[in-house]
Structures are given as C-alpha cells and as structure tokens.
Ligand binder design. Structure first.
Ligand code: 1Q0
Length: 214
C-alpha cells in the first residue's frame, strides 16, 4: 500500500528520523515532526483505546508545527536553534509554569521522553522471541522510561491499553515492511537512527539543564 494514504510504513518513519540529523549533528524539526506524525498514524490503527495517547501526541506535534510555520520559523529549523532562541528570549518556564504559552523546549522534552520509550519498545520487539507478548514488552519499556513522568491515573490507563496490543507477529506484519524477518531486519536498521536522535537531544537538553522543565 502506498505511503501517505493512511497506511503506516516503518520505512517512512525510518527515513524521517534518519534525515533528522545533519552533518553538523543538528536535529531538524521538520523531519522529526513528520516522524512523529507517522507514528501517530500507526497509533490510530491500534484502536480507540489509545486515543488518549494520540490526542496528547497530536497536540504536542501541533504546537511544534505552529512554531515551525509561525513568524519566528527560522528559529525553529533545528532543536539547537530553538533552544538557543527560546532561552535567549526568556520564553522557557524553568521552575514552574506561568501564563506563558507552552515553549518548544518543554513540548519537545515530552516527545523526547516518549522517543526513549519507542527505542526500548522497538528493541524489545526486535530481540523478542516469536511467542513473546507485546503487552509485556510495551509495559516494561514504558515502566523503564515514560512512566516515571506520569501520574498514577495515566500509568493505569496506559497499562490497561497495552493489554489490547496484538501479538508480536501481528505487530510486525502491520508495520507493512514485508515478512516478519524483514520487519525485524528493518527494526535493526531503524534503531540506530532513533538512538542517534535521542542521544543528541539528551545531550543538548542536559547541557542547558532543560531535562526537568515543568
Ligand atoms: C504501541 C503502543 C503505543 C503506546 C504508547 C506509549 C506511550 C504511553 C503514554 C501515555 C501518555 C498519554 C497521556 C498524556 C500524558 C501527558 O500528561 C504527558 C505529559 O505532557 P504534559 O503536557 O501533561 O506535561 N505527555 C507525554 O508524556 C507525551 C506522550 C506522547 C506519547 C506518544 C506516543 C506515540 C506512539 C506511537 C506508536 C508507535 C508504535 C511503534 C511501532 C512502530 C514501529 C516504528
């Protein structure tokens, strides 16, 4: 099925996260956000039980897309230019939230934390046994990453939703990249790019002490 017609293809996401990183090791927001759009499309195909997740993810991508299309769009070309611009202009709430609109930094931080979950989840799928349960892989990945930042009620809803996930093989099939073996190979190729984007962002946010933004 052709990409861009509602069908999810892992290749598309791979390409987006791959093209994110420039030669100067900057992370470009355009492909970063289109990678997220691709993942959100996939999330929709998992059913309404995940709509509380996709709503939040869409809202965050939307905030970022608005910055990328807005008056200051040249400041939102890369994560590096965004951090520099927002910090230099006092646009980031550091201690607690004020009446200011959500900054790009705090919004990307949420997506960045979710990228860590994705990295762990895909690695779990890739290395899992044929009969391993996706819900377990997903819960373990979540508990080791995003769960730290979520209140009890969100953690509970997420854990319930994870129980509805299809089997590992069904999951690999709906990725739309051919046989399960091909999907596993593809995951092996995709992960280093996601890790790279994660690593650069983590280092950037750590250097500017932005890892705990409210
Ligand atoms: C496969 C199943 C996918 C399950 C997704 C796991 C993530 C669960 C997260 C649940 C949180 C949603 C509710 C909202 C939380 C917010 O409070 C929180 C903080 O924001 P704020 O503004 O209140 O400070 N938001 C977040 O933490 C952001 C969460 C974004 C989650 C984005 C997940 C997108 C997932 C896509 C599915 C990918 C499937 C991977 C397989 C594809 C192969 C390439």
């Amino acid at each position: 099925m052709a990409a861009g017609q509602g069908a999810f293809s892992l290749r598309e996401v791979l390409a987006a996260f791959q093209t994110c990183v420039t030669e100067r090791r900057e992370v470009l927001l355009g492909p970063y956000l289109s990678g997220w759009r691709g993942l959100i499309r996939f999330l929709h195909s998992l059913g309404a039980i995940f709509s509380f997740v996709s709503k939040d993810a869409v809202a965050k991508v939307q905030i970022m897309e608005n910055y990328c299309r807005g008056e200051q769009r040249e400041k939102y070309v890369s994560l590096q230019s965004m951090v520099e611009y927002e910090l230099a202009n006092g646009l980031v709430d550091i201690q607690k939230r004020s009446g200011r609109p959500d900054s790009g930094c705090r919004t990307v931080l949420r997506l960045h934390r979710a990228l860590r979950w994705l990295q762990l989840f895909l690695e779990g799928l890739r290395t899992g046994r044929e009969d391993s349960r996706t819900s377990v892989i997903c819960t373990d990945s979540y508990n080791a990453s995003l769960a730290t930042y979520h209140p009890w009620v969100v953690r509970k809803a997420a854990t319930v939703a994870f129980c509805t996930l299809p089997s590992r093989n069904a999951f690999l099939e709906i990725m739309n990249v051919g046989t399960t073996e091909e999907a596993v190979t593809m995951l092996g190729e995709a992960l280093p790019y996601i890790c790279d984007v994660y690593g650069i962002t983590q280092e950037l946010f750590a250097r500017h002490k932005l890892l705990d933004l409210p």
